[in-house]
Design a protein around this ligand. Structure first.
Ligand code: PMP
Ligand code: PLP
Length: 459
């Protein structure tokens, strides 16, 4: 079937010099002859002989889709094995061998099918390319369009790794004001009007650190500003599936999880609005399988995905073969797309419960001591610490707040670590409700209360 979707706009005119010059690595370019002709005897690529690989079948336990491993006594966890090729995945030998920067085909094929089904990008020539997670993917997307002296647009509070990446590269940041839904489109417009910028970085779901989630209307407005200024949007969306919808007060007999969005009710991504091909979407398995796998993928117009492939070929090559083998086997064969969806729903539920427990606790125990907007997704609560008026403006007061929390054995992240303006972090602290046990969330909030109450005794 021929696509009636438009072709992406060509933004390659904005490529940095290094991006323009990035090309297929010469040796990798010969690999196509190996796959095209099964009778070919290759004396080409210096592939190590597979008989020297001391690794045989790769076997692991996996949870039943829709259950955590600890719930898997009934039904029990199953054992999956990567060994010989099957109709759905390559054999282990193939995963352990060199390939090109597009990854092992079955891994990328899963990412492509999943992206088509969830985001259905509205232009024709999109493609995926594997990444070693969104940290890796961000740098590669950035380097296509930003050089020393250029400016990246970010939210006024943003993921610190971004600031640590651009700083040493001599890339400046321009920050956009945020509200409860993330970047304010009018302010994005103002920032782009004042400085020559090419790229804006956004975390549309469960923004790190504020927890803000963009509504569909907000995404449309941001996209319109991007069109007006011909911006590239880097959509870093590792929390996309962890959407919970609005918070409901606890009430007798009410199932607070009945309104979970599942997969059908997820807020459409920027990619799904991208008629021009100006969004570089970064997906990661870190929060939905495990961060140590170091696996993700980028979705972008093919000419951009190609450049990231070439960059992969001179850096990581591709995600670890063992990781790709596990992900591909699990998702293509053992769980399949429907099992994967059950797993996403189970994960969404887990964090929804935690959000509700943590928000209930904070509303009860931190009344008058901290304020917050309830996050509709993700892992973070962004607390505005309320201090007695005589202390609010005191120099270094938030360092003192941090010190007293530590003294009470509870750790939050000071707001200044997320500040894109390099100024102090205001009265903010980020609390992650993702990792502590549900019981310890209660311990943490009680300690937080004790730490903050110590300021009430001061004159
Ligand atoms: N350096 C040299 C000299 C090589 O021959 C090769 C592999 N052909 C590499 C680096 C790439 O090594 P790695 O697989 O560890 O990235
Ligand atoms: N981007 C954001 C917004 C994050 O919050 C994180 C993890 O904390 C990452 C990227 C890192 O993701 P990955 O493990 O895929 O590199």
């Amino acid at each position: 079937m021929t696509s009636t979707k438009p072709h992406s706009k060509d933004l390659s005119v904005y490529f940095t010099e290094s991006a323009k010059q990035r090309d297929n690595s010469p040796l990798k370019s010969l690999m196509k002859y190996m796959s095209a002709d099964p009778t070919l005897v290759s004396l080409g690529a210096g592939l190590p002989h597979p008989s020297t690989f001391p690794l045989g079948a790769l076997t692991t336990l996996v949870a039943q889709p829709g259950h955590t491993l600890s719930e898997c006594a009934h039904p029990p966890a199953t054992s999956i094995q990567v060994n010989q090729p099957t109709s759905k995945t390559e054999g282990l030998e193939r995963f352990l061998q060199y390939g090109n920067g597009r990854g092992v085909p079955s891994y990328s094929a899963f990412a492509r099918t999943h992206t088509a089904s969830v985001h259905n990008p509205p232009y024709a020539d999109w493609d995926v390319v594997p990444s070693v997670g969104n940290t890796d993917a961000f740098v590669k997307a950035l380097m296509l369009f930003c050089d020393r002296g250029d400016t990246l647009v970010v939210d006024e509070w943003t993921y610190p790794a971004i600031l640590s990446t651009v700083g040493p590269m001599g890339i400046r940041v321009a920050s956009v004001r945020m509200d409860a839904e993330g970047a304010v489109p009018e302010d994005l417009d103002r920032v782009c009007g004042g400085t020559r910028v090419r790229v804006a970085y956004m975390i549309p779901t469960a923004q790190n650190p504020t927890g803000a989630t963009m509504s569909l209307e907000r995404k449309r407005a941001v996209y319109a500003v991007a069109q007006k200024h011909d911006l590239v949007l880097i959509e870093d969306d590792p929390y996309y599936y962890l959407q919970f919808g609005a918070y409901e007060e606890p009430a007798e007999g009410v199932d607070r999880l009945r309104g979970l969005p599942g997969l059908k009710g997820l807020i459409p991504s920027l990619l799904s609005l991208d008629t021009d091909g100006r969004v570089i979407r970064l997906d990661s398995f870190s929060k939905i399988l495990a961060p140590g796998l170091r696996c993700g993928w980028v979705t972008a117009p093919r000419y951009i995905a190609d450049k990231i492939q070439f960059h992969n070929e001179t850096t990581v090559q591709q995600p670890s073969g063992l990781s790709q083998a596990l992900v591909s086997k699990l998702l293509n064969e053992d769980w399949g797309h429907s099992g994967w969806e059950s797993h996403l729903l189970r994960t969404q539920r887990e964090y929804a419960v935690r959000r509700d427990v943590f928000v209930d606790l904070c509303r009860e125990k931190l009344k008058g001591l901290a304020e917050f907007t309830v996050p509709q997704a993700g892992m973070f609560l962004w607390l505005r610490i309320v201090l007695p008026p005589q202390l609010e403006q005191r120099e270094g007061i938030m360092d003192e707040v941090f010190a007293r929390m530590i003294a009470k054995h509870v750790l939050l992240v000071p707001g200044r670590m997320f500040s894109a303006r390099g100024v102090d972090g205001g009265p903010y602290m980020r609390a992650a409700f993702s990792y502590a046990s549900v019981e310890d969330l209660g311990v943490a909030v009680a300690r937080l209360r004790e730490a903050l109450l110590t300021f009430r005794q001061e004159k």
